[in-house]
Design a protein around this ligand. Sequence first.
Ligand code: ADP
Ligand code: MG
Length: 359
Amino acid sequence: MADLKLTNVDKTYGGNVNVLKDINLEIETGELIVFVGPSGCGKSTLLRMIAGLERITGGVLEIDGIEVNDVPPAQRGIAMVFQSYALYPHMTVRENMQFALKIAKKPQAEIDAAVDKAAKTLQLDDYLDRLPKALSGGQRQRVAIGRSIVRDPKVYLFDEPLSNLDAALRVATRIEIARLKEAMPDSTMIYVTHDQVEAMTLASRIVVLANKGIAQVGTPLELYETPENEFVAQFIGSPAMNLLPGKITGTGAQTTVALDNGGTAVTSIATTDADMGKQVNVGVRPEDFEPTDGSYIFKDTVDIVEALGEVTLAYFEREGEDHIIAKLQGIHHELRGKELALTADPSKVHMFHDGQSMR
Ligand code: ADP
Ligand code: MG
C-alpha cells in the first residue's frame, strides 16, 4: 500500500539549471500513473527523485504521509524497472529472480515462496529452470520485472521500458504490463513514456509534463475530451488536433467564431457578452471533421491523401502554419486536388484563449 504526495517539488541541476518547478501531485494506492511529455521535459528526473536516485532541491515528497526527501532509495520500498532487461546469463530464471533476496540473506523457504508467487503473477511458472537465452524477449522482460516483484515493493517505477523494443514486441509487452497491473491491484505504478499511445492505453491517470510543470492531470478520456490547454490538446491524439485562429462573433449557450480562413465555427462552449470579439483558437480533432454542403469551419483544396484502409487522412497545406488534417472513414483517393468543406458537431469543437481552454 502506498500513497505518494508531491508538494511544490522543484529540481535544479548544478545550482542553476531549473528543470522542474512547483510540481503538485497526489497518487493513490493502486493507481497506474503515466508521466508523458516531450523528450527533455523532466520525466526521468521526476521519477528518479521519487526513487531517491536524484536529490529533491525544493518541496516535499511524502510516501504514506511520511516525508522521504532524505530517505535513501533502498528504504523507500520502491522498485525501479529499467529499460534494459540485463539478466545474469549463466543463471536460471529462478536464480535471477531470487538473487536480491539471497544477497539479503532471507531464509530459503521465504525466498522460494516469493519467487513462486511472482512467477505465477508473471506467468513464468513453466520457465523457472530455463536460462535467459532460452526465453523470448517478452519473457526476459518479465523475468526482469520478477526480480523487482520478489522484493514486494510498495511502488514500481518504469522509465520507458518499451522504447528499446521493436513495434510488435512493444505492443505485446504493453499488454503484459497492463495484465501485470491487473494481477497486482494494490501496487502503485508510475510509468514514464514519451509515447501518447502507451499513455492512453495503460494509464489510470496521465500526468502531462511540459515547460517545467504539469500541463494537466486526468484520465485518458478526460485529456482527450477536455484538454485544458493547447499543449495537451495537441499532445494527446494522433494526428494532432487542428487549431484555427478566429474571433468570437456570437456568445451565449453556444459560441460562434468567425475564423480567419473565412469559415465559421459553432461550439457548445458557453460564453458571455464580455467574450465578444475575443481572439481565440478553435480546435477540431481530425477525426471530428465531417464533410458538409452547408456552413463550414474549413474549406480548401485537398493537397495530399493518405488512404490507410479503414480511414483516409486528407491534408491541406497552409503557408507558414501546420497542415490542417481531416480523418475520414473509408478510402477516398478521389479527394486529392478537390475542394472539400468540413464542419464538426458543436460538442466536438474546442476553443482556446491565450492557450487555455474556455470550457
Ligand atoms: P526526459 O526524461 O523527460 O526526457 P530528463 O528528466 O532526462 O528528461 O531531463 C530533463 C532536463 O534536465 C533536460 O533538459 C536534461 O538535459 C536535464 N538534465 C538531466 N540530467 C541532468 C544532469 N545530471 N545535470 C544537468 N542537467 C540534467
Ligand atoms: Mg527520460
